[in-house]
Unconditional design. Structure first.
Ligand code: AHM
Ligand code: MG
Length: 338
């Protein structure tokens, strides 16, 4: 395909990728297109979030007589809807839903993939106009085609992801996705309503100067984690510093910034919540895949996130993720005896 324009849309890019892989069916590119469509719909609603008092509060009926849904419920419905009606997805597991959903129609039964997603991460930030996001991981199903998706399709290790991505609804809206071939970022061009390739072949800088952690929990963290945070604070020019602390409280925005600029993001376990807050399937695994493809690392403090065998859909995991050298410095501290 010879496209003379400089900028490729998400659809053009994914189709171009399919054409380079012999025997590819295009199912993955169709799935990414479906996710892009849902993201655009969610983006429209996120941009209107400040108008909620005018248009009607969630749970009420708006001036057009329509039910106003909470934004995270809306986002969940959009992503579930496009995947249900597409040709590539046999079922979904969502942070919003207690159980996974297997699509029962005959096209879905014969589809190759299942998707785990967090439809609207950081939704506590909506009211105050701070970036929020969607996170997704795509797995090839292990149950046989023709049957409906099964729980084992969703409880796969993160290494089994064929693609993972996120959408950040921010000062501009971006969709970043990775396959084993690389990570690429697409910015929504509002004038044509298309995601366009803006960040080709993203590489996470091996060194960075940003560390991101909830300092309010400092005294709840393990002593070794406290020691690493101390090290971050004491960096000066002689040892690669000074470091800057940046913590938005929206993981998508925090990890996105660190992926582009270099940095480390941590959500450690605490005394009260030893497994931390973040969910393995919907938050940790997709980001671990993307950051690893881009040259960074992700662990739970003991093992690679991508090697953890999930046992429950909603299980949580501590997360340390980011630039390779910073992660190795952290691992050096965590490996030391008390
Ligand atoms: P959510 O899935 O309920 O939105 O929570 C996840 C969010 C992440 O985006 C963010 O990194 C984290 O919660 C912030 O938590 P805290 O306020 O405890 O630091
Ligand atoms: Mg979340």
């Amino acid at each position: 395909m010879n496209i003379s324009r400089k900028v490729l849309t998400l659809d053009e890019y994914t189709i171009q990728q399919v054409r380079q892989i012999p025997n590819a069916t295009g199912e993955l590119s169709a799935l990414l297109r479906d996710i892009g469509l849902a993201a655009k719909r969610v983006n429209v609603e996120v941009n209107k979030a400040g108008l909620v008092d005018i248009l009607g509060d969630a749970g009420s009926v708006n001036v057009q007589g329509e039910d106003v849904k909470k934004l995270d419920v809306f986002a969940n419905d959009q992503f579930t809807g496009v995947l249900r009606h597409g040709i590539s997805c046999a079922g979904i597991a969502s942070e919003e839903l207690d159980d996974y959903v297997a699509f029962e129609d005959s096209v879905s039964r014969n589809s190759k993939y299942v998707v785990c997603f967090d439809p609207l991460d950081g939704s506590g930030n909506i009211d105050v106009n701070v970036s929020i996001g969607t996170i997704f991981g795509v797995y090839r199903r292990v149950s046989s085609k023709g049957s409906i998706a099964a729980k084992e399709d969703f409880l796969q290790k993160g290494t089994q992801q064929v693609a993972a991505g996120y959408v950040v609804y921010g000062s501009s809206t971006m969709l970043v996705y990775a396959t084993r071939r690389g990570a690429n970022g697409f910015t929504l061009d509002q004038s044509i309503g298309e995601f366009t390739l803006s960040h080709p072949d993203i590489k996470c800088p091996p060194k960075g100067k940003i560390y991101s952690v909830n300092h309010g929990n400092f005294f709840q963290y393990d002593k070794k984690v406290q020691r690493y945070i101390d090290i971050c604070q004491k960096k000066d020019k002689s040892n690669g510093g000074p470091y800057t602390q940046r913590y938005i409280g929206s993981m998508v925005a925090d990890v996105h910034r660190n992926l582009i600029k270099g940095g480390i993001f941590m959500y450690p376990g605490t005394v009260d919540k030893p497994k931390g807050k973040l969910r393995l399937l919907y938050e940790c695994n997709p980001f671990a895949f993307i950051v690893s493809v881009a040259g960074g690392k992700a662990t739970n403090g003991i093992q690679r996130i991508l090697d953890i065998q999930p046992t429950e859909l909603h299980q949580r995991s501590p997360l340390f993720i980011g630039s390779k050298d910073m992660m190795e410095e952290l691992e050096g501290e965590l490996d030391k005896k008390e």
